[in-house]
Ligand binder design. Structure first.
Ligand code: HEC
Length: 425
């Protein structure tokens, strides 16, 4: 009995010391764990930004809750752009995660810590990381040259250098007349599509491009030169020598575009950013149906687009007299025409359900040519009129929900309704 009592007292005394010791060890562990895990968490978020399963989950959640303020393509609306290199509240993956958890209540963004699980929140952050585009950690170096013919760039001519916080090549930095400037940093180009750098009014300018240390050959035309990018992440360097260009023209517009130059993807220089922000001109059908005649990217010319408040939009092509596109989301960004030539098409702001060469039309004998007669509004909905031979036709659409649209085809000889219902929306 005694022995067992004694032992149990001993045990109790021991356990108090033990508890204090354990407490200290655990406290120390937590302390170091936090230190280590911020880095580890950064790394694991970056790792999962290439994991298709995580990205799919992140995409779904992002589109459900974040897209209303940050846009489905992350380009920003009432909330900031989340795919460019400009981070106001911190760019580290863990900072982004904390920002999503805490929100910015005074600026209008709620916190999501209680809305989603940790796993869900991390999937959203990984999705955001996977969408990065443009420069990261960009640095500049400015060298003063002796005169306009001076081509010798040596370290003793370096007069200024440093990081550029908004991650854009700022060609307006130099305050000297003759100079050579260099921008270098990590660069994210699209992963799934080929892209290039495009320089507006480039003919007089000595700009050179280096990717992963190797010079890239100049393509395009003398006035609009281009340089092919690699896909995904790369090391990019741009150099520029002022030479005998006019000082007022040295603030270069450099943009990443797709290869056929129909889509301006994102700004690479700060001048380009200002221009592109001005040119973002989105047209959305909020309370009424909207009809726009503008060239649309990836649809044939002469397509007239119709946006409905239910966010189902279609295009009627006045050459083929067919419905040659249907997309869900907002209507169009008609602003990307930045080269000033009026040739760049508008971009649909949603996702295609179908597009040309697919289409819906009145079944007619082959090789019959239609002639378009214009449209009139009937209860604010457009009715497109056309004729094939002696027969007059019309087509209009009725949208009941955001997943059902009916095209009503009429002619003086027959009437046909075609309904389209979409699942999963
Ligand atoms: C109701 C609108 C709204 C919603 C919904 C919203 N945000 Fe925001 N978000 C904002 C605003 C506004 C800001 C800018 C805050 C400021 O001005 O400081 C912001 C800022 C951010 C930032 C900081 C960007 C930076 O530059 O540092 C991140 C990251 C972010 N949001 C992610 C998200 C994610 C992820 C979701 C969905 C889970 C989301 N937001 C949902 C409005 C919103």
């Amino acid at each position: 009995m005694q022995t067992s009592n004694g032992r149990s007292i001993n045990l109790r005394i021991w356990s108090v010391f033990d508890m204090i010791k354990r407490f200290l060890i655990v406290a120390l562990m937590i302390f170091t764990a936090v230190e280590v895990s911020a880095d580890e968490l950064d790394e694991s978020l970056i790792q999962s930004s290439i994991n298709p399963v995580v990205l799919q989950q992140g995409k779904v959640l992002f589109e459900q809750v974040c897209a209303s303020c940050h846009n489905k393509d992350l380009s920003g609306a009432s909330g900031f752009n989340l795919k460019d290199g400009e981070w106001v509240h911190g760019k580290r993956p863990t900072q982004i995660l904390n920002n999503v958890k805490n929100g910015f209540m005074s600026a209008g963004m709620p916190g999501f810590a209680d809305v989603f699980s940790e796993v869900q929140l991390r999937s959203i952050v990984s999705y955001i990381l996977s969408k990065r585009e443009g420069w990261d950690d960009i640095q500049y170096k400015l060298y003063q040259l002796d005169n306009e013919n001076d081509q010798v760039v040596t370290e003793d001519k370096l007069i200024k250098s440093g990081p550029l916080v908004n991650n854009l090549a700022d060609f307006a930095i130099p305050e000297v007349q003759h100079y050579f400037i260099e921008f270098e940093g990590d660069f994210y180009a699209p992963k799934e599509n080929d892209a290039q750098l495009w320089l507006q009014w480039g003919a007089p300018h000595e700009m050179e491009v280096f990717i992963n240390g190797k010079q890239v050959l100049k393509g395009g035309t003398p006035w609009f030169p281009t340089w092919r990018l690699k896909r995904g992440k790369q090391r990019l360097k741009l150099t520029y020598r002022s030479g005998n260009t006019k000082p007022g023209q040295r603030n270069l517009t450099v943009i990443a575009t797709n290869l056929d130059m129909t889509i301006k993807l994102f700004a690479v220089s700060s001048r380009a950013k200002t221009i592109m922000d001005d040119k973002k001109f989105e047209i959305k059908a909020t309370s009424d149906t909207v009809v726009i005649r503008k060239r649309i990217h990836s649809l044939p010319p002469l397509s007239i687009s119709v946006g409905t408040p239910a966010k189902l939009n279609y295009a009627f092509n006045s050459k083929t007299c067919s419905i040659n596109g249907l997309w869900q989301g907002d209507l169009l960004n008609i602003g990307p025409n930045i080269s000033g030539r009026g040739e760049d098409p508008s971009l649909p702001l949603g996702e295609w359900i179908f597009k040309s060469p697919q289409g819906i039309e009145h079944t007619t004998a082959e090789n019959q040519v239609c002639s378009y007669k214009g449209y009139q509004l009937l209860n604010s909905e457009p009715v497109f009129n056309y004729a094939i031979g002696d027969t007059n036709f019309s087509v209009t659409a009725m949208v009941k929900h955001n997943n059902k649209i009916s095209f009503l085809f009429n002619s003086n000889t027959q009437k046909k309704n075609r309904h389209f219902t979409f699942a999963n929306f």
